[in-house]
Write a protein that binds this ligand. Structure first.
Ligand code: PLP
Length: 459
């Protein structure tokens, strides 16, 4: 008999989970105005709100916390982090920041101006925000296959080269400060980008001398998918793949709260001294001196170690295995989920799950609330509430996909937690016909309403 898969780590420190009752949760969610963002963490049994900053650090990372050098300038923790990033990416110039959007703010302050166009694969919300705030435009060149949830394609994060060429032709090289490749592509559901595609984008951009920048929050998970799905790379190590990926670009921004395996942190790494020089003034203004950029010495030490660990095959295999395990259990139980599964989350298709709830009553949110009440699992709506209202008509915008995201934190939960999640969802699925009504809005903010919206039951 084959031995079953086990996580390649054991537990040294535990954090208790309070196991609340259905009656308690009914009260709490009502008091939270049926908005899962308003719950306190101890009202949650399994927290799948996000994988950002929610991972568990290793004993070696905690050892680095104790070794942190808190010198204002030139700390050894900075040197350690810089050397690690240089080795992993091949980029010589390094700027620490307090998180990913801060890296975007600094780099874009130096490179993006009004009227510019930044082509890429489904830009992340803060990235798009920082582009549009500068009166520039983010153009999505993702392949069409990404928008069909039932279609199986190994690299749904890929950039369509013809769309990219058309964008360059339409706006002109002068208006394109860089092309942005997001690995893995979060907005498309954690879908990877292939090495062949990265190479093709790099070649096209090279012929116009347009720089290529990576939005790298989940670069290690992307490298794992290249190793396991792109034949040429089967025998490469993750670190070799990472180095090759970045060799086709000119720089990167990083949210270390994801594949950095830390709770806060970020950075910029660059090939060009010229861009680096124009960034550092902004870094000092917005983040802090160039050798800490909003992070403490201990944060930088823990991040250096986290980057080494997240680029180990064993870690990545367990990470992706856990997410896929949950996805496969749900498929076996007949639950409609997006496929192929992404690297950091499973997405439930709420339109197929609860079609009897009117779409005006927020299907995905209704499902997320029901899942919380029945099991204490906190998921997140990626649907109509998130999509906000049309600024011209003031009416709700119905996105192409009405989803509930189950985002898995790194190294936090075990396979038995995955089993609990799967069974909890199956139980909701078995009673789905009883749900006839969802929710209506009592109060909402004019933009990004999903964070603070107040809801009440309909019907
Ligand atoms: C999280 C994320 C960001 C922003 O990073 P923060 O650390 O949350 O500020 C940018 N891009 C991608 C792809 C992300 O996933």
């Amino acid at each position: 008999m084959d031995l079953p898969y086990i996580e390649p780590y054991k537990i040294k420190m535990v954090e208790p989970i309070y196991r609340s009752t259905i009656e308690q949760r009914k009260e709490w969610i009502k008091a939270a105005n049926y908005n899962l963002f308003n719950l306190k963490s101890d009202q949650v049994i399994i927290d799948l709100l996000t994988d950002s900053g929610t991972g568990a650090m290793s004993d070696r990372q905690w050892a680095e916390v104790m070794l942190g050098d808190e010198s204002y300038a030139g700390s050894s923790s900075f040197e350690k982090l810089k050397t690690t990033v240089q080795r992993l990416t091949g980029y010589e110039y390094f700027i620490p920041t307090h998180q990913g959007r801060a890296a975007e703010n600094v780099l874009f302050s130096a490179t993006v101006k009004e009227g510019d166009v930044i082509p890429g694969n489904a830009h992340f919300d803060t990235t798009k925000g920082h582009i549009e705030f500068r009166k520039a435009r983010a153009v999505d060149c993702t392949i069409d296959e990404a928008f069909d949830t039932t279609l199986i394609h190994p690299f749904k994060g890929n950039i369509d080269i013809a769309k990219l060429q058309d964008t360059i032709d339409a706006y002109g090289v002068e208006r394109i400060p860089f092309v942005l490749i997001t690995v893995t592509c979060n907005s498309a559901g954690g879908q990877p980008v292939s090495m062949a595609n990265i190479k093709a984008v790099s070649e096209l951009c090279g012929s116009y001398e347009i720089p290529v920048i990576f939005d790298s929050a989940r670069f290690a998970e992307n490298a794992y998918f290249i190793k396991t799905r792109e034949e040429e790379y089967t025998d490469h190590s993750i670190k070799q793949i990472v180095h090759e990926m970045f060799s086709y670009g000119d720089g990167m921004t990083m949210s270390a709260k994801k594949d950095g395996l830390v709770n806060i942190g970020g950075f910029i790494a660059l090939r060009s001294e010229e861009i680096y020089r124009s960034c550092i003034t902004y870094n000092i203004m917005y983040e802090g001196f160039v050798t800490y950029g909003g992070m403490s010495g201990r944060d930088m030490g823990a991040l250096a170690q986290g980057l080494m660990e997240s680029t180990e095959y064993d870690y990545l295999e367990s990470r992706i295995y856990q997410v896929q395990y949950l996805g496969e259990r749900l498929v076996e139980m007949g639950i409609p989920v997006q496929q192929p599964f992404g690297g950091h989350a499973i997405y439930i298709d709420a339109d197929r799950f609860v079609p009897n709830i009117p779409k005006e009553e927020y299907r995905a949110q209704s499902l997320a609330v029901e899942l919380y009440i029945t099991s204490g699992i906190r998921s997140v709506e990626i649907g109509t509430l998130l999509a906000d209202r049309d600024p011209d008509t003031g009416l709700d915008r119905y996105p192409r996909l009405e989803l509930v995201r189950l985002t898995i934190p790194r190294r936090v939960y075990s396979l038995s937690h995955m089993e609990y999640i799967a069974v909890a969802i199956k139980n909701v699925y078995d009673t789905r016909h009883e749900a006839e009504h969802g929710y209506q809005i009592r109060w909402e903010a004019p933009i990004m309403r999903h964070f603070t919206v107040e809801l009440e039951k309909k019907g």
